[in-house]
Design a binder for this molecule. Structure first.
Ligand SMILES: Cc1cc2nc3c(=O)[nH]c(=O)nc-3n(C[C@H](O)[C@H](O)[C@H](O)COP(=O)(O)OP(=O)(O)OC[C@H]3O[C@@H](n4cnc5c(N)ncnc54)[C@H](O)[C@@H]3O)c2cc1C
Length: 391
């Protein structure tokens, strides 16, 4: 079992695993099922994860966090998912942190980080995707126009998750038109937006009904004013700011997929041992046993790539290739494990009380968001293998 591999981990990592497991055990699968049914938000769970310090592991100690790295943060997210919980409710705080820590100035860090660490402020939202441009991020249409000491934002975003449960959002907008910059990645800027102050004053938020419970919304910006002090990093260099967050995001989402994968394998294995049909446990049939064993191998292989990407990120080394590969391999492994878990459970897989169909829906997202598999393959083909650029 996965425990064999985990036993080679450092004592500190094992302690984190065990403490997160204990915390998650207080929020059983029925808690998540009820939230899924009612489209609710796990306020108590997120509060406890924050107050216990796990959701703020990446914040440096001087600002009230644990000062740990993406390696440790990955273990937290993995264990949350492995417990049957839905990390989509809170994971953004971890990966948006990469942008704030690396690009925020001292004043911004002093203003926001201690309050995020204490739970007073929630940084759970980031606004990149737009309805008309999708994956073609540098073509986004939302603009930030400079006006004195302010920027004035106009445009539209879609699928912006958790914004109604967040105090702050990191927003990407264009500050210089695309035809006036040398490279299309230039001329974009990132901002920290105070969501509560903005709503009703140039920001309109409309929830989207969707298959999974990410509390995603459409955003409409109409002359929203934000102070120049809220610019994150240099004007025009916002793509780099977002990219640093994105590599952390890919690693953390991949860790969640490893957690989902291990969850599905645990469930499938337990059921295959206990369910008796034709007078023997179904897991005695190799037609049932082998697919689970194959998924185990796939998930454990993906876990190694997640760990490698996380270590490179923490060392400040380039990790784009590894972060992308980790995300692709882990999202495919967890989806495969979910499918096999469904098959192993037969008809009972569809009964909500077994929780599998909920996790099955949740894990499917990660082959599409935050980046789709095709775009990862394109990154590997072009940037790692040097094949011709296709777009
Ligand atoms: C539940 C949910 C939560 C989300 N949360 C957030 C959030 O908090 N913040 C945020 O900014 N965004 C968020 N997103 C958006 C998400 O990141 C995008 O949906 C995702 O990046 C894909 O963009 P798209 O939906 O516009 O697909 P499109 O860009 O329209 O692509 C559609 C399909 O075509 C493929 N495709 C497109 N171009 C090419 C090409 N050149 N070659 C090969 N294949 C191609 C893609 O791989 C994809 O499969 C969320 C999405 C969902 C569903």
């Amino acid at each position: 079992m996965a425990e064999r591999l985990e036993s080679s981990e450092s004592g500190e990592i094992q302690e984190i695993r065990s403490a997160v497991r204990q915390l998650c055990a207080r929020y059983g699968e029925d808690y998540w099922l009820a939230l899924d049914r009612d489209n609710g938000y796990p306020t108590e769970f997120v509060r406890e994860l924050t107050q216990s310090g796990f959701l703020t592991v990446l914040i440096p100690e001087e600002y009230g966090g644990a000062g740990l790295g993406v390696v440790e943060a990955s273990v937290v997210m993995e264990e949350v998912c492995r417990s049957g919980a839905h990390a989509g409710a809170c994971h953004a705080q971890m990966y948006v942190m990469g942008s704030v820590l690396r690009h925020g100035n001292d004043e911004q860090k002093r203003r926001y980080l201690p309050k995020i660490a204490s739970g007073e402020l929630r940084l759970q939202s980031f606004g990149v995707t737009e309805p008309t441009t999708g994956t073609d991020t540098t073509n986004l249409k939302t603009v930030a126009r400079r006006d004195g000491d302010d920027y004035v934002i106009n445009g539209q975003k879609v699928w912006i998750s958790r914004i109604q449960h967040s105090d702050l959002m990191v927003l990407l907008a264009r500050t210089t038109p695309r035809d006036q910059v040398k490279r299309k990645t230039e001329g974009l800027s990132a901002f920290i937006v105070d969501v509560k102050a903005a709503e009703g004053n140039g920001l309109e938020i409309r929830p989207i009904e969707s298959m999974i419970n990410h509390h995603s919304c459409e955003l409409f910006f109409d002359e929203l004013r934000i102070s120049r002090e809220n610019l994150l990093g240099e004007e025009g260099a916002g793509f780099k700011v977002i990219l640093d967050g994105m590599n952390a995001e890919r690693v953390l989402i991949a860790a969640e997929c490893v957690g989902d994968g291990r969850y599905f394998i645990d469930k499938a294995t337990a059921y295959a041992k206990e369910r008796v049909v034709f007078d023997r446990p179904i897991g005695q049939n190799q037609g049932v046993q082998f697919p689970i064993a194959r998924c185990y191998a796939e998930v454990e292989a993906a876990a190694l790539m997640v760990e490698r990407a996380a270590r490179l990120f923490d060392a400040g080394e380039p990790c784009g290739a590894e972060a992308n590969m980790a995300k692709m391999l882990a999202s495919e492994a967890s989806w495969h494990a979910g499918d096999v878990c469904m098959q192993t459970h037969g008809g009972f897989a569809f009964a909500k009380e077994y929780h599998i169909e909920r996790k099955f829906r949740e894990t499917r997202l990660y082959q599409i968001a935050p980046i789709s598999t095709n775009l990862i393959l394109s990154f590997i083909g072009e940037h790692v293998l040097g094949m011709p650029r296709s777009f």
